[in-house]
Ligand binder design. Sequence first.
Ligand code: DX5
Ligand code: ZN
Length: 215
Amino acid sequence: MPHIIAPSVLSSNFANLQADIEMINASEADWFHVDVMDGVFVPNISFGFPVIKAIKKLAKKPLDVHLMIVDPDRYAQAFKDIGADMLTVHYEACTHLHRSLQNIRSLGMKAGVAINPHTSVHLLEDCIEDIDLVCMMSVNPGFGGQKFIENTYNKVIALKQLIARRNSKALIEIDGGVDLNNYKKLLDCGADVLVAGNTVFSSQNPLETIRTLKK
Ligand code: DX5
Ligand code: ZN
């Protein structure tokens, strides 16, 4: 399967969101990565339902919604209602992760689990069959434009082995600090999905940067 590129809307220009959404529509990118932060699970607040609704109206590609919030179960139905195609909850925010994943799937969305840089991939051993997407944080969640954590490569290799051993179909998504210097090595280690915020939106030519990441 060719790898997937998911530009992160967090780094787009909120004063002209429409232009950036249309750019992604016209690009070779595959998904929109949508970061929701509550100021409790992470030390930052991003945006909520009204903004995502506006994005959904214009977006011609699936919405990959990454919840950096406590108690994400409370909002799963609401995210389905506004058009999330994939819903990712944090391992560290879910007491009953298995139940949360089943709930997301039963609502008709792909179920994702995000793990912080300190969280071992081995903790997913007993629910990997219930996961469609593992969002591996390669920075501490909360902000765009941070420096990539090098230990991520080892984690991708270990997760790839775990997925193969358990016969799971989960995709490995890398989120944070993905750039033109590290993306090839991430793909070689087994990444399936690359999120890119700063690398796409601060580049001179975002369309060209997406094309390069997609090659
Ligand atoms: C970080 C978010 C990321 C972020 C990535 O908490 O989950 O999706 O937007 O941005 P870059 O690619 O700039 O690190
Ligand atoms: Zn994210």
